[in-house]
Structure formats: structure tokens, C-alpha cells
Design a protein around this ligand. Structure first.
Ligand code: SF4
Length: 450
């Protein structure tokens, strides 16, 4: 009788792909995948550890799930960045964990589970690190109509506050034909949205022989006749070329969605972060994108409370946000991560002050976002319907401006407020009737896909 396996996936979309890969490999090896951890003989926690709150969440999850050892659970496995970050010290810290697998050893998950079930307590942390390929089995979780495709892993940047290069290893791209094969497979499965992800998608191909690029990758995908969406996430501002803008503008399936984490806009803070750029240069970049695609949706991420961020420097960031008019903004408070270069810096900002700055920046952005949304009232948008609205008055979906899980939504009603006759996973053309701070609402016109 095959053992049952459940997995809890923490952290980012790149980690989710690793989780789905591990489940795919275990299913291929004959294990039964179950959603409910209470029923599982093998429980895996794929952890995130890039900042302290993520570390706490991972340890809490492992301690909570260890309680299931009184029921069906025979082995508990810790995979992902916590294993990479803390290494063998975890063997003593987490006595209830029966196997440890680093993000670079995802491909050896079956070996780890077999070893744990045999009472060995495997500790697998490999270099050179692992990278999926199109033939790698994958047990896709989440909505069947949307899928992440990891085009590369690791990072060669050295941002002062970030531990990811040490956790995920050097940047390594998958060959373009391999990414193409995976996308073709997903399209054949009927997937409506493919999200291309990496730590930095704009660095794609620089490490390949012959050298390639994100623009080349997109041009090489077989998207003729594909009426779904290809969405690129996690672009680095330094990697957005004219060729990339032209390719996105001239490839109908690739949505004009630009997710560009900037982290800050003040020159001195950015240099201290070991990042290039500054406000004026970023405004020119946004102008380049908008002149190539006036309908482009722009998303970014900021860190507030970074060491040395005076009240004036924060004010200049607020001014930048008012001027840049992003569609979507995520803000994080700075964390002093042990082992990061910035942890040694003077001029720390008090956590409460950083928290207040986060709230202030988000309130500025709420006004910007509402104004951006208001522009769409009366216009048509194509929406990917995903679920019933909680009030039962329509379907909730996303438009090209909304990446899964992190951006806004569109509430789709039928004519005169009737229930929209559209199924989850289908595209529907909508006339926008209402703009909210982060979301839109509209009336369904017609379905635009099978
Ligand atoms: S680009 Fe910077 S912030 Fe992003 S993963 Fe790399 S080092 Fe970290």
C-alpha cells in the first residue's frame, strides 16, 4: 500500500514550483498525494527563510505538524530555504523532523522520504543546485487554468539586505527550448494563464551558451493561436531593454504587465542597498514603457525603514510614488537579517517608525490606485473568471493588470446585476462600471474563450 504524502508550501511562487515538483516526483515514485495533512503518513513543509517572520512561520508550521505524529504521520520532512539557511544546526533544533532537503536537492525528495521512512534521518543539501526541466513530473496545485513556469533560479545580484543568493545559489537559466516545451504542454492542457517567474526574469539567458535573453525566450514561445495570457513577473529595472518592450508590445498573448521591484527611489539609499538607479531614471523607464504600451500595468515593491532612511528620504519616496502612478504597489518594512551586509549599517529606523511609513506609503498609493482604476470605468476589459463572489452576486476574476494572489480583482456581474453566466477558468469581456481602491466591478458582455 503506497504511503500518503501531504505538503505545506510556504513562501514565494518559486518555492511553490519546487513544492509541485517534489509532489510530482513522489507521485511518480508511487506515493499517494493527499491534501489533508491529518491523513498523511509523510508530511513535507517546503519552507521560506529569507526574513525573520518567514523563519518563524516555518518553525511554527513544523512544530504544529509534528503533533500529527500522534495520528497518521510517520515522518516529517523540512525542505526549502530554512534547511539551506541554518544547515545541520537544525538537526538539534528540530528533533521531530526526520529529513532535511535544501532547495538545491528538490530532485532527491524521493530518496529523502524513503530514507526517513527507513529511520535514517537524511540531510540533503547539494551544490550545484537543482533546476526543473519540462519533463520533470509536477503535481500542479491551485487553479487548473493558471500555472507558474520557473524559467530560472538563483540570483547574481548582491542587494545588501537580501539572503536569497546564498539560499538559492547562482543564477541559472533553463534552456529556451525546454521552457518552450513546458509552456506548450500547459497550453495543450488548456491552461489560460502562464506566469513566467524567477528571482530576476530580466536576467534570463545571460548565463546560457549561446547567450539568450527574455525577449528571445518570449519570441521563441509557440503562441500562435493561443488566446490565453503569458505574464512575466519579477523584472529587474536594469534588465528592461528596448527589445523586450518591443517583444511584449508585438506579442498579443504576452500581457503588458510589468512587475519591477524598485525597493526605493532615493539615490543614496539605493547605493547603500547595492542597487543602481534613482528616481529620475526610474521615471524615464516608466515613461519608456508607457510610450511603448499606453495600457501597460505597472507594479512595484518598496522597502521602507532601511538603515539611513531619514524622514526627508522617505518624503522623497512618497513624492516619487505620487509621480510614478503605479497600478500596484507592495511595501515591506526593512528587516535586519543576520548575515546580510545591511545588518552592519548604522542609522537603523525604529520598527514602529518603519511601520508608520509603510501605512503612510500605502495610503498615498491607495489614492493613486483609485485614480488609475477610475480610468477604466466605461471601458471594456477581458477578465479571467476564477470564483463565485462571496455575496453570490457574480464571479470574481482578474484582468491583465492582476497577477495571481498579489494584485486586485474584478467583480463580474450579469446584465442588470444578474448572475454572470460564466464558469471559473473562462475569459469574459466586461464593461467596467465601478472603480474601487484596488479592485474593479463590471458587467459581463460575452464569453471570450471556450
Ligand atoms: S535581485 Fe536583489 S532582492 Fe532580488 S533576489 Fe536578487 S539579491 Fe535578492
Amino acid at each position: 500500500m503506497a504511503e500518503t504524502v501531504a505538503l505545506v508550501s510556504l513562501g514565494c511562487a518559486k518555492n511553490l514550483v519546487d513544492s509541485e515538483t517534489m509532489l510530482g516526483l513522489l507521485q511518480q515514485a508511487g506515493y499517494d498525494i493527499v491534501e489533508d495533512a491529518r491523513r498523511a503518513e509523510v508530511i513535507i513543509v517546503n519552507t521560506c527563510a529569507f526574513i525573520e517572520p518567514a523563519v518563524e512561520e516555518a518553525i511554527d508550521a513544523l512544530l504544529d505538524l509534528a503533533d500529527f505524529k500522534q495520528d497518521a504521520c510517520r515522518v516529517l520532512v523540512c525542505t526549502g530555504c530554512l534547511t539551506q539557511r541554518y544547515g545541520k544546526s537544525l538537526l538539534n533544533e528540530l528533533p521531530d523532523v526526520d529529513a532535511f532537503v535544501g532547495p538545491g536537492s528538490v530532485g532527491r525528495i524521493v530518496e529523502a522520504v524513503r530514507g526517513a521512512l527507513a529511520g535514517q534521518r537524511p540531510f540533503l543539501v547539494d551544490a550545484p543546485p537543482y533546476l526543473q526541466h519540462a519533463g520533470t513530473p509536477r503535481w500542479r496545485s491551485g487553479a487548473e487554468w493558471s500555472a507558474y513556469v520557473k524559467i530560472a533560479d538563483g540570483c547574481d545580484h548582491r542587494c545588501s539586505y537580501c539572503l536569497i543568493p546564498g539560499l538559492r545559489g547562482p543564477y541559472r537559466s533553463r534552456p529556451p527550448e525546454d521552457v518552450g516545451a513546458e509552456c506548450a504542454g500547459l497550453i495543450a492542457e488548456g491552461v489560460k494563464e502562464i506566469c513566467l517567474i524567477a528571482q530576476d526574469t530580466s536576467a534570463y539567458g545571460r548565463d546560457l551558451e549561446p547567450r539568450s535573453s527574455l525577449a528571445d525566450l518570449l519570441k521563441g514561445l509557440d503562441l500562435d493561436g493561443y488566446d490565453g495570457w503569458v505574464r512575466v513577473q519579477y523584472l529587474h529595472p536594469a534588465g528592461i531593454t528596448e527589445e523586450l518592450l518591443e517583444t511584449v508590445a508585438n506579442t498579443p498573448a504576452v500581457v503588458p504587465y510589468f512587475d519591477i521591484p524598485l525597493q526605493h527611489a532615493d539615490r543614496e539609499i539605493l547605493r547603500s542597498m547595492r542597487r543602481a538607479g534613482e528616481a529620475e531614471e526610474y521615471l524615464r523607464l516608466l515613461e519608456r514603457i508607457r510610450s511603448a504600451m499606453p495600457e501597460a500595468a505597472l507594479r512595484t515593491t518598496f522597502i521602507v525603514g532601511y538603515p539611513g532612511e531619514s524622514a526627508e528620504k522617505f518624503e522623497s519616496l512618497l513624492e516619487f510614488v505620487r509621480e510614478a502612478r503605479f497600478d500596484r504597489v507592495a511595501v515591506f518594512t526593512y528587516w535586519d537579517e543576520e548575515g546580510s551586509a545591511s545588518a552592519e549599517l548604522p542609522g537603523k529606523v525604529a520598527p514602529e517608525e518603519a511601520r508608520e511609513r509603510l501605512d503612510e506609503l500605502m495610503s498615498v498609493q491607495a489614492g493613486v490606485s483609485l485614480a488609475r482604476n477610475a480610468w477604466f470605468v466605461g471601458r471594456e476589459l477581458r477578465v479571467l473568471a476564477e470564483s463565485e463572489s462571496e455575496h453570490g452576486d457574480g464571479m470574481v476574476g482578474r484582468c491583465y493588470r492582476d497577477a495571481p494572489e498579489v494584485d486586485g480583482q474584478v467583480l463580474v456581474r450579469g446584465a442588470d446585476g444578474a448572475r454572470a453566466r460564466v464558469e471559473a477558468g473562462q475569459f469574459v469581456q466586461v464593461t467596467v462600471t465601478e472603480a474601487l481602491e484596488y479592485d474593479l466591478a463590471g458587467e459581463a458582455l460575452r464569453r471570450t474563450s471556450g
